[in-house]
Write a protein that binds this ligand. Structure first.
Ligand code: TTP
Ligand code: CA
Length: 367
């Protein structure tokens, strides 16, 4: 499929063609593939709902479940209220890792620069195909290949930049293919909510709203000096991205960015012994994941969710790479001490990142 570089691309005069692929309701779709009797049903992957008394969260759910208003990261108890007859399943992480590896192998075999960004998401730089119609044909083929070989559906965005390709893949989910040719780039981005820009989270979104900035177009036309005063120099890059200028390249890397494990307590707690024992168990678990993937990490992050869902994280980068549970435990205890303010805790989590080899996928699992 790889056609070799066209001369004008070497000189950098042709627009780039970036493909972003994202699997549809990934964990739920893999479960539905394994159990055909679940097809067409609302399926929720996550913590045990315990007849509405469960305390964990939703990892993801099928589009049928989304019709009831269920979403990722929602408390499982709320999901149960919205759709008590849904099929609730615990995550089978090894199944998803295997499906992800199969997917990435298919993408890699296409021969284009590939950047895996999460367990079910990747960019391909398909500029070598030369034109958007040729890239569109390729995108249709890749969707068919994934459906035939993996029996899973995905959504694809094609655009001249990574940010636009990522936004585009989300436009017609599930099963969508959205093409943004260079001449449509600015008008495509303009009406989108600022939150669609990767890196703009809830906090920045709220700040931007307060300034009257709701859409990407609002951001483009906003006085840059005021933006810089509020957000610092990063406002320049933000306004550029909003204007369709995004030079970031598809970085060839497949691999894990982080390994994490979280635990929701049966009852909110500030029992220090229980918190310490939980940190130990989580540290041991993530280190086991790390060792399974033959990785060493340098950054340890502790996540604390207090009663009322207020969540805080704190990270520390170690002087050396490690896979030693004792070191991770020590670091995590110290981070917890730094952020714990005495309020009752609902959830604790540990994430390990900054790996010295990048050879697996992002892993998050809540128990
Ligand atoms: P996403 O790609 O964000 O979601 P999705 O594939 O389930 O659905 P969509 O069709 O909207 O893309 O995440 C990929 C997987 O990561 C998801 O299937 C489950 C997991 N995940 C969590 O465990 N917790 C979360 O909060 C999110 C957002 C995802
Ligand atoms: Ca997805």
């Amino acid at each position: 499929m790889n056609k070799g570089l066209e001369p004008d691309i070497i000189q950098g005069t042709s627009p780039r063609i970036i493909l972003h692929l994202d699997m549809d309701s990934f964990y739920a779709s893999v479960e539905m593939r394994e159990r055909p009797e679940l097809r067409g049903k609302p399926v929720v992957i996550g913590a045990d709902p315990k007849q509405g008394k469960g305390r964990g969260v939703v990892a993801t759910c099928s589009y049928e479940a989304r019709a009831f208003g269920i979403r990722s990261a929602m408390p499982i108890s709320q999901a149960f209220v919205l759709c008590p007859h849904a099929v609730f399943l615990p995550p089978d992480f090894s199944l998803y890792v295997k499906a992800s590896a199969d997917l990435m192998a298919i993408l890699k075999a296409c021969g284009f620069p590939l950047e895996q960004v999460s367990i079910d998401e990747a960019f391909l730089d398909v500029s070598q195909l030369g034109t958007f119609p040729a890239a569109t044909k390729f995108a249709v083929q890749i969707k068919e290949t994934i459906l035939t070989h993996l029996r899973l559906t995905c959504s694809i965005g094609l655009a001249p930049t990574k940010v636009a390709a990522k936004i585009a893949s989300d436009v017609h989910k599930p099963g969508g293919l959205t093409v943004v040719e260079p001449e449509n780039l600015v008008s495509f981005l303009a009406p989108m909510a600022v939150r669609k820009i990767p890196g703009i989270g809830k906090k920045s979104e709220t700040e931007l709203f307060e300034m009257g900035i709701r859409t990407i177009e609002d951001l483009v036309t906003y006085d840059i000096q005021v933006l810089i005063a509020r957000f610092g120099r990063s406002a320049i890059a933000l306004q550029e991205i909003a204007s369709g200028i995004d030079r970031s390249e598809v970085k060839e890397r497949d691999g894990v960015k982080s390994v994490s494990r979280e635990m929701t307590f049966a009852e909110d707690t500030c029992d220090e012994q229980l918190l310490a024992a939980t940190i130990d168990a989580l540290a041991d678990d993530v280190c086991r994941n790390l060792s399974d993937a033959s990785l060493y990490c340098r950054t340890v992050t502790v996540k604390v969710r207090y009663e009322g869902f207020v969540t805080q994280t704190k990270a520390r980068t170690l002087p050396h790479f490690t896979g030693d549970p004792a070191i991770v435990r020590r670091c995590a205890h110290s981070l917890l001490r730094d952020i714990f303010d005495g309020r009752k805790i609902r959830l604790l989590g540990i994430r390990l990142s900054s790996f010295d080899t990048q050879d697996a996928r992002q892993m998050t699992l809540e128990v």
